[in-house]
Design a protein around this ligand. Structure first.
Ligand code: ADP
Length: 629
């Protein structure tokens, strides 16, 4: 099979296959990106939940630090020891990240319901005080927990009634007092059960440590720090976060990482978590969880997190739906997790489709380039054949004439002179051909720079006609030359412009057909009375050029198939060379033609020193001449 046909089959077979592969890849990419997005969404959800749990846990640890430090400050009889408690409190303050979080504490024992003891750690003094007004509900609640005196033997003192219900669900295990929180004050509570005296029937009464929490410190220090640590601080944690205190469906924003986020955040949030009690309370969860938690050493109700850290869980003291409930809500900065994931998906799709588009463009370029390379190779082959042909004729004439002279076939003086003239003519043609090839090669290697000088158009046209006079005369061509009067000088290079005009005149004679007529005209092109450019037109009434070829004739080595098969010799370099030279002089070369009617090539050149205003010069007449040889 012919190699060109093979090449075509390969090319036109491979292109649709590759295009189909690209489309398939695009479809797969689209579908897979949907699956990846779903997985990313659930991963992000999990991460967000873990971050909120971490937030909650750290807050609990921060609050629990004080009561943990105060362990042992209550002696065996349940009496708080002011000196020891103050000392332990100072110790806590020294190591605490937020020492202002707690400034005083209270103690209350169910055996002495009336009295509330207050410890001022600064003065190491314990004194009996009135119940602060905002402690009213707390007082009531604590009183409920204390059993009536006559039942003390059968019912152990313990946390609130519902806690005891819960205890029954813990398989009869003796529950341990836990971490409790009053979310309205706010205050944390820790019941401490003194060691039971040997032989005592009833368990010792509980002593409650009540520690009011400084809300301003929580709002300004603790919450922002935790939000930064878990939800906003590092790249990838692009969340807005707010801590809300909800009381009977009304929300109060305790902290918000972004101005304006909070108010109705809970409805549009990606995740919400209770900071105390069951993480997703509000569906009136029972207190069972409180006492069912795994037990660690002593009185501390802690559990092990997966990471092996101790986790502390505060249980709300009040559980009614209109009781305050501290909640953390988080929302992705893009508006929602869905918006973030779909943004991510579209970004990925744009990138991968971009890559596919680049691939498709590259494929198209490869096809176009390979086609061009093939065409160029063909043209070059034609050029080599054309040039060889052009060289062969003059060389044959020269060598046969020289042979005749050398062998004495031609002896007469007149004959020798004729042969000499013929050799001269052919060698000039050869020189011209070689020069054209060299000039073309030079223009292709690097752009030519010309020093543009103001030139008189008539002089250039005359020089070109003089150089082609042999052809005009030899071809018996009628030449019409018309130069408009008062033409301004053009900015051009003399020899380059002459060369271009010669090429056009040569072509007009070569392809002028039977009419044997060429016209050369020079005219000024005006715009609002201002001459912008001067045009030189070379016209013939010959074979003309088909519309499909009008662009191709300026391609190097291109020759119309009609002329390539005929006896008209050429290299396909005349027009590309003329175009390159004219464009290097900031001009243009245009063509108009119709098959069988002839062709009109026009050189457009800018006038020297910019546009010149035409001043009507009376008396200067246009120069028109016609020559017939
Ligand atoms: P060459 O004349 O050496 O073939 P050119 O680059 O000068 O190369 O011209 C390229 C082609 O343009 C020619 O082969 C011919 O087909 C077409 N052409 C150029 N001038 C004319 C013209 N005046 N009339 C018809 N065809 C022309």
């Amino acid at each position: 099979m012919n190699s060109a046909i093979k090449h075509r089959i390969l090319l036109w077979g491979a292109v649709p296959v590759l295009a189909a592969v690209l489309v398939l890849l695009a479809v797969l990419q689209y579908r897979w990106s949907g699956q990846v997005s779903a997985a990313t969404r659930s991963q992000m959800e999990l991460n967000l939940h873990a971050a909120l749990m971490g937030f909650r846990q750290d807050l609990a640890r921060e609050l629990a630090a004080v009561p943990l430090e105060l362990r042992g400050g209550i002696d065996d009889s349940g009496k708080p020891n002011a000196a020891r408690l103050s000392q332990q409190f100072h110790q806590w303050q020294q190591g605490a990240a937020h020492p202002a979080l707690v400034s005083r504490m209270y103690f209350w024992t169910s055996s002495d319901k009336e009295h509330l003891l207050s410890l001022d750690p600064g003065r190491e003094q314990m004194q009996t005080v009135e119940w602060p007004p905002n402690f009213d509900r707390l007082r009531q609640r604590l009183n409920q927990t204390a059993p009536p005196p006559d039942h003390s033997a059968s019912a152990p003192h313990g946390p609130p009634q519902h806690d005891r219900d819960a205890r029954s669900r813990t398989h009869g295990r003796e529950p341990s007092p836990l971490w409790l929180v009053d979310e309205s004050i706010p205050a944390i509570l820790r019941p401490v059960r003194p060691r039971q005296a040997p032989g005592a029937m009833a368990p010792a009464a509980l002593t409650w440590i009540i520690i009011p929490i400084e809300l301003s410190v929580v709002e300004k220090e603790v919450l922002p720090e935790l939000a930064q640590k878990y939800l906003t601080g590092s790249p990838g944690l692009d969340y807005r976060v707010a801590v809300l205190r909800t009381v009977a469906d009304k929300q109060e924003v305790l902290y918000s990482s972004e101005a304006g986020f909070g108010g109705n955040a809970a409805t549009s949030a990606d995740a919400a978590l209770n900071l105390f009690g069951p993480p997703t309370r509000h569906a009136q969860m029972p207190m069972a969880g409180v006492f069912a938690m795994p037990r660690s050493s002593g009185n501390e109700r802690t559990s092990q997190t997966q990471a092996g850290e101790r986790s502390i869980r505060f249980e709300p003291l009040f559980f009614a739906s209109d009781d305050p409930n501290w909640q953390i809500v988080a929302q992705h900065k893009k508006g929602s997790l869905d918006a973030a994931v779909s943004g991510l998906r579209w970004r990925n799709l744009i990138v991968s489709f971009g890559v596919l588009v680049v691939l498709a463009i590259t494929m198209a370029l490869v096809v176009i380039t390979s086609q061009r390379a093939r065409r160029l190779a063909l043209l070059q082959m034609e050029f080599v054949a054309g040039v060889s042909h052009e060289l062969r004729t003059p060389l044959a004439v020269i060598s046969s004439a020289a042979e005749n002279i050398a062998h004495g076939v031609v002896a007469e003086k007149e004959q020798v002179a004729r042969y000499g003239a013929s050799i001269l003519k052919q060698s000039r043609q050869l020189t011209k051909l070689v020069e054209q090839v060299l000039v073309f090669a030079a223009t292709q290697q690097k752009p030519q720079r010309y020093r543009l000088r103001p030139l008189n158009v008539a002089e250039v046209i005359d020089a070109a006609l003089e150089n082609t006079a042999n052809m005009v005369t030899g071809g018996a061509v009628t030449l019409e030359r018309h130069i408009e009067p008062g033409l301004p000088p053009v900015a051009a290079d003399f020899s380059a412009l002459t060369q271009c005009l010669q090429n056009l005149i040569n072509n007009a004679i070569k392809y002028g057909g039977e009419s044997r007529w060429i016209g050369i005209r020079a005219a000024a092109q005006k715009e609002k009375d201002t001459v912008r450019e001067v045009t030189i037109t070379v016209e013939d009434h010959g074979m003309g050029i088909g519309p499909g070829e009008l662009k191709q004739i300026f391609d190097p080595f291109y020759r119309s198939p009609a002329v390539a098969g005929s006896n008209i010799h050429g290299t396909g370099l005349g027009l590309p060379l003329a175009k390159t030279l004219i464009e290097a002089m900031r001009g243009r070369l245009t063509v108009e033609s119709e098959i069988g009617k002839g062709a009109r090539f026009t050189v457009h050149l800018p006038v020297a020193d910019g546009p010149e205003t035409v001043t009507a010069k009376s008396g200067v007449k246009g120069e028109t001449s016609a020559a017939t040889s």
